[in-house]
Design a protein around this ligand. Structure first.
Ligand code: SAM
Length: 223
């Protein structure tokens, strides 16, 4: 699985993807994450990528031209290598809510995915039309840019790639998942009060433990 991220802040991705499971997946060549600095694709002599909106209004809008140019260049490179077309996604607070189901379907269907991170007031609407892109929202709130949404989507999709999680059972859909988990100590004392691990989890009775976890099951990760 290859992730191609178009952004005006490529350095933002270095730190998050240099750690932990994602970093190991990159080293093991299970996934690839490539960032594209949008300013390298603008024809503007000051390397600008945005301008005032037609019709007026606050803020700036990201120009269509550099965005089409960068995605064209990614598509050309991919076509030369393997003849496949990537899926293109624009992050937008007004887009379709990103879910575990979307992460799963994306992992199953595509080998290459282009993520376009917006900034300012967003992206010229023609980009979506020309690229036949989908718009994804990461949640019902407005962020300053599409970089965090891209990191979240990459993380959620990448953990589904075979081999990325050492233990396949770690995928929530493949087990009875509970959001209430406990580890040592059995009793934790804080400000005079004792906080205990539920007895059933110490019982060694797998049937009872499974029933208990089912009761506490978290709907996230369920289809
Ligand atoms: N008024 C603009 C709109 O509704 O699209 C807000 C743009 S926001 C300040 C700048 C960029 O951040 C957006 O173009 C998008 O790429 C990203 N963004 C902000 N919130 C987001 C969310 N909840 N999900 C996905 N992307 C988001």
């Amino acid at each position: 699985m290859r992730f191609h991220v178009v952004t005006i802040f490529p350095n933002m991705f270095d730190s998050y993807f240099a750690e932990s499971i994602i970093s190991r997946a990159i080293k093991n060549k299970l996934i690839e994450i490539k960032t594209y600095s949008l300013r390298e694709y603008t024809k503007d002599k000051h390397r600008r990528v945005d301008g005032k909106p037609y019709g007026g209004g606050p803020g700036m809008v990201m120009w269509v031209e550099p965005l089409i140019s960068v995605v064209d260049s990614i598509e050309k490179k991919l076509a030369r290598k393997k003849g496949s077309k990537p899926k293109v996604v624009i992050f937008s607070p007004g887009g379709k809510q990103f879910t575990n189901t979307i992460a799963e379907q994306t992992e199953e269907k595509y080998t290459d995915i282009v993520f376009i991170c917006g900034r300012y007031e967003g992206i010229d609407a023609r980009v979506k039309k020309i690229l036949k892109a989908e718009e994804w929202s990461i949640g019902p709130y407005v962020l300053t840019g599409g970089e965090l949404p891209a990191m979240i989507a990459i993380d959620a999709i990448a953990r589904r790639v075979k081999g990325v999680l050492h233990d396949e059972d770690s995928l929530e859909e493949k087990r009875v998942a509970s959001h209430e988990m406990y580890a040592r100590p059995e009793v934790y004392e804080y400000k005079g009060k004792k906080y205990r691990v539920p007895k059933v989890l110490l019982s060694g009775n797998h049937k009872l433990i499974e029933e208990y976890r089912k009761k506490k099951e978290n709907i996230v990760g369920k289809k």
